[in-house]
Design a binder for this molecule. Structure first.
Ligand SMILES: [Zn+2]
Ligand SMILES: [Zn+2]
Length: 237
């Protein structure tokens, strides 16, 4: 399965927009997060020969502007598509999805989005002392399971532990996205990197809000198995 990185904090080419946020396209038709604004998303899709009409589902990791920013205009142009969200995003969010023409689907627990593609369901998290529920996307392939994360506000290790529980017969292949480790002490970061290795994760793409220090530590430890996730890239799972 191929993941196209539509939007990220960095890009591989000056032709592509980059900025704070993420958007990954899975198998040409499932969009995980929508970056900060639709214009950037749409421009990158055009440059990457992605047809917006092929998108039939959007999975929103959590309700932060750099992940939902592009959603509303996308829904106007792709009426009726499914939007997978956490119940904890609240009724106003769900109503806005409906009013914008989307079909909200609540992922309370683990939920299949497409063959071999699952939402983890809502994982409780916090951001600046406020409740911030989040879901991650899990893809199963011959190589194992891969995980895409938005900001990992529940804690990246907590998210991976919950996936391990929910997919007991599987092993991890890759994990990439935002790990929210900016400003964390080295001891904490070392524990996180150790945690990835203990969980048997083969490839890591610490990006977006992971912070330069964490990225450096993952890069040192994982060497050729570190994925430098940038807009314009394709990642094979
Ligand atoms: Zn973010
Ligand atoms: Zn966030």
């Amino acid at each position: 399965m191929l993941v196209k990185v539509i939007y990220e904090n960095e890009s591989i080419s000056a032709k592509l927009m980059s900025g704070w946020g993420i958007s990954y396209l899975l198998d040409g038709h499932i969009l995980f997060d929508t970056g900060e604004k639709f214009q950037s998303l749409f421009k990158n899709m055009k440059n990457m020969s992605v047809n917006i009409n092929d998108i039939d589902a959007v999975v929103i990791s959590h309700n932060h502007w750099d992940h939902v920013g592009g959603l509303w205009e996308l829904l106007k142009r792709r009426q009726g598509i499914k939007v997978y969200l956490c119940p904890g995003f609240g009724d106003d969010f769900i109503k806005k999805v409906k009013d914008s023409g989307g079909e909200p689907i609540k992922a309370a627990g683990i939920l299949q989005v497409a063959p071999n593609v699952y939402s983890t369901g809502e994982v409780a998290g916090e951001y600046k002392d406020k409740f911030m529920p989040e879901q991650a996307l899990v893809v199963r392939s011959d190589r194992g399971i891969s995980v895409m994360t938005g900001c990992s506000h529940p804690g990246i290790i907590q998210i991976l532990e919950s996936i391990k529980e929910k997919f007991p017969g599987d092993h991890f292949y890759s994990v990439f996205g935002g790990f929210h480790l900016e400003g964390k002490q080295k001891d904490h970061l070392d524990q996180v990197v150790d945690g990835f290795q203990k969980l048997g994760v083969k490839k890591v793409g610490a990006s977006h809000c992971s912070g330069d220090k964490a990225k450096g530590l993952f890069r040192d430890r994982y060497k050729n198995d570190f994925i430098d996730v940038k807009a314009g890239m394709g990642i094979h799972l």
